[in-house]
Write a protein that binds this ligand. Structure first.
Ligand code: ARG
Length: 469
């Protein structure tokens, strides 16, 4: 059979042009969505009296057969049929004869491909939200197990103030919560139907777009036919959301890599999640977080790539827009790969509580607290800061930590010191003194965990309600 659009042409397409312009190599991933959309479209054509019901039935039966053959892998897609839409139509016509050609009544590939992308992305957004949820749960469980684990908190990668390790983990839970909320919010803009826009201007047939939307589980239809076929904002939004997820995963990856080094020695990743070296027998490498950190670049690239494709594109459809797919597929696969490993990797991570605690005993991360002690005695904070600065310098010069100083030594720097300073300086006291909403005190972190669990419950309910409409 010749090309579906061959009528106007007098020559065969150049082979290289055919290969260059074809998208079947990657848009075959949309086969299920394409058929799902066609089934709803043809059902509507029958209902609106545009195609006789018996033809509709034949076409639907044919589409189901094509779908079954695609699933069993017995269909060969061809580059000369360009893309998934024309490949499927070709196979449908082979299956049911010329009547199959009625399927494309009142639609264009422009509104068809947009519909496929909406269907594809909406399901992926739901499953990715579920995967983020699983990672958050793993982090919350580790946080619960580490409500008594004190670790240095850092700024500038220098020890700053002691915190609960649970508090540190819960920071990531908050980040992934925003990510999940972004995905759930983006769903509203994904779940709108472009079909019925035709090539750009609508169609002369008395179609019912709302009926198609309802059948496909869309919450509404695009307002404007030009916008419907030109809009790829929903993919940009997804790629932007994905970029932030990768940013967060990459920051966590960096910490896992640092923490599992001999220099920190704070955690150990499970053997099942690490790899070895071909030359150095002692090595156990954190390849998974390293690769996630590395793959973050690809995801950013896909975002910038699509933004650049869209920039300055005149309305409505332009072939440039075929470039919207590979980056999206790649981003979905990259995110799925990372998230599906991260949840069990976090769940099985061994936390070396004693090493963390030991680290806190050997630093000056309690210095702010003695400054606050002096402030509570009436000294202005700026002066207290100066006094403690000098005290720390004295410690460094004498090879001591603050808790090693005698009261006489403390009192050289300020008369206001008394023996209560030794309680104030204990890491537990330092942590629990930060008893402000969102702070690291045990009670606050416990409350944060509880609030998180309620949010996780809500996310999981959303996923259940939106999975595979
Ligand atoms: N393969 C095309 C794409 O992905 C489908 C739409 C083609 N439309 C057109 N007018 N050539 O964008």
């Amino acid at each position: 059979m010749s090309k579906l659009w061959g009528g106007r042409f007098t020559k065969q397409t150049n082979k290289l042009v055919e290969e260059y312009t074809a998208s079947i190599g990657f848009d075959k991933a949309l086969a299920e969505e394409d058929i799902q959309g066609s089934l709803a479209h043809v059902t509507m054509l029958g209902r609106c009296g545009i195609v006789p019901q018996e033809d509709v039935d034949t076409i639907k039966e044919g589409l189901h057969k094509v779908l079954a053959r695609i699933r069993e892998g017995s269909i060969e897609f061809s580059v000369s049929d360009e893309d998934i839409h024309m490949n499927i139509e070709k196979h449908l016509i082979e299956e049911v004869g010329a009547v199959g050609g009625k399927l494309h009544t009142g639609r264009s590939r422009n509104d068809q491909v947009a519909t496929d992308m909406h269907l594809y992305l909406r399901n992926r957004v739901v499953s990715l939200t579920g995967m983020l949820h699983a990672l958050q749960e793993a982090l919350v469980i580790q946080a619960r197990d580490n409500l008594d684990t004190i670790v240095p908190g850092y700024t500038h990668l220098q020890r700053a103030q002691p915190i609960l390790f649970a508090h540190h983990l819960m920071a990531y839970v908050s980040m992934f919560q925003r990510d999940a909320e972004r995905l759930m919010d983006s769903y509203k803009r994904i779940n709108i139907l472009p079909l019925g826009a035709g090539a750009l201007a609508g169609t002369t047939f008395p179609i019912d777009r709302h009926f198609v939307a309802e059948q496909l589980g869309f919450d509404g239809v695009y307002e404007n036919s030009l916008d419907a076929v030109s809009d790829r904002d929903f993919i940009v939004e997804f790629l932007a959301g994905a970029s932030l997820i990768m940013t967060h995963l990459s920051r966590l990856s960096e910490e896992l890599v640092l923490w599992s080094s001999n220099e920190f020695n704070f955690i150990e990743l499970d053997d099942a999640f690490c790899t070895g070296s071909s030359i150095m027998p002692q090595k156990k490498n954190p390849d998974v977080p390293e690769l996630v950190r590395g793959k973050t670049g690809r995801v950013y690239g896909n975002l910038i790539g699509l933004l650049t494709v869209l920039k300055s594109l005149p309305l409505a459809y332009n072939k440039d827009m075929q470039e919207d797919k590979e980056g999206m597929f790649d981003t979905v696969a990259t995110l799925e790969g990372a998230l599906q490993l991260f949840a069990p990797m976090i769940a099985t991570m061994k936390v070396k509580k004693d090493v963390m605690r030991q680290a806190v005993n050997q630093d000056f991360s309690n210095a702010t607290d003695i400054a606050d002690f002096l402030v509570n005695k009436g000294l202005p904070f700026r002066q207290a800061h100066e006094v403690i600065g000098k005290t720390v310098l004295y410690c460094i010069q004498n090879g001591k930590y603050l808790l090693d100083l005698s009261l006489e030594e403390f009192q050289q720097f300020s008369e206001l010191f008394d023996e209560r300073i030794y309680d104030v300086l204990q890491p537990e006291a330092v942590v629990n003194a930060r008893n402000v909403y969102g702070g690291t005190a045990t009670a606050q972190v416990q409350a944060a965990i509880e609030r998180s669990e309620a949010r996780l419950q809500a996310t999981s309910q959303w996923v259940d309600e939106h999975v595979q409409v």
